[in-house]
Design a protein. Structure first.
Length: 310
């Protein structure tokens, strides 16, 4: 069923995108709003009725004064509070399921901005989870993360409080899967530019290398969005929710590219988070066509640690 829904939504999006592309307008912010509106409309059609979820835009906060920048589109369990004299909302991070950064044209500079903007969402989520004042809030079921870790590494981890016994590399991988599970899904959606799958791949590698040369921090695997889409091509995170690939070395093959229907990829991530991807909803994940782009290996030097990428 998920394939049929994604094909229907992709057809709708393509028709509406052509209308927006040909619309006579030169005011850039308004043009951006049109594509954000189309994205919200597609996402709204993708969520089954009866789940009591809302789609909005605005900002995200952690309840302790930390706040993200403007979010183009987000799927939430609770609208939070309406920002005065706007139609935007201020939503708590614990209520956010997915966020989308929308671009009419995704150039290299936009890729950088989107990457950094969505990284703020992860930072906001981490500050909320690590705040001891939130210890009595509703907890997380981390069993899906344990399953994803096991499917990737071939190792069944010890109890959560004993994961350090696996050694530094496996411990960092384990915590990465837990963070992936407990963080909002982050998606960059560009309607135009990078013309090919190869071009999109090269665009991300260029961005990473420029960050490395400048000494910028914040390029851990968690910082990478689950999906970066441009036109009909995508970059996809193999975080186990739903996509996973077993490790064949000390490297985690965590980022791939695909020319599959991008709406299908969006649905797979969101429906998995909503526990809709069971035998009734989902098709064989092997239908998606993936090409390895980035592998990552945890490394430690003294009291510093990070990731080495191939």
């Amino acid at each position: 069923m998920i394939t049929n829904v994604s094909e229907l939504l992709k057809g709708f999006m393509d028709v509406e995108r052509e209308k927006l592309d040909s619309y006579a307008l030169k005011h850039a912010p308004t043009i951006g709003k049109m594509y954000e509106g189309l994205t919200s409309d597609v996402l709204d059609r993708a969520i089954p009725l009866g789940l009591d979820l809302q789609i909005t835009h605005g900002v995200i906060h952690d309840g302790a004064g930390n706040m993200t920048g403007e979010i183009d589109c987000m799927l939430v369990k609770n609208l939070g509070e309406e920002i005065p004299h706007t139609k935007s909302h201020k939503c708590h991070i614990k209520d956010v399921i997915a966020v989308l950064e929308v671009k009419k044209k995704l150039y290299s500079s936009d890729l950088k901005d989107s990457f950094e903007h969505l990284r703020d969402v992860s930072t906001n989520n981490s500050s909320y989870i690590q705040n001891p004042e939130n210890k009595n809030d509703e907890g997380f079921d981390i069993n899906p993360a344990i399953k994803a870790f096991s499917e990737t590494t071939g190792i069944i981890p010890p109890p959560h409080h004993e994961v350090s016994k696996m050694g530094f590399e496996k411990e960092l991988l384990y915590h990465s899967f837990v963070t992936e599970l407990t963080s909002p899904i982050r998606i960059v959606l560009g309607y135009h530019d990078f013309k090919t799958e190869s071009g999109l791949r090269k665009g991300l590698i260029k961005f990473i290398r420029e960050g490395e040369k400048s000494g910028n921090r914040g390029f851990g695997t968690i910082s990478f969005p689950q999906l970066i889409i441009c036109g009909n091509n995508s970059l996809v995170k193999m975080n186990g929710f739903p996509y996973v690939v077993p490790m064949t070395s000390n490297y985690w093959d965590f980022y791939v590219s695909s020319n599959s229907n991008p709406i299908l990829l969006i649905l797979e991530f969101i429906w998995t988070r909503l526990n809709l991807n069971n035998s009734i909803w989902r098709d064989d994940l092997a239908l998606e066509n993936f090409q390895l782009l980035l592998s990552a290996k945890p490394e430690k030097s003294g009291d510093k640690f990070g990731w080495r990428y191939n």
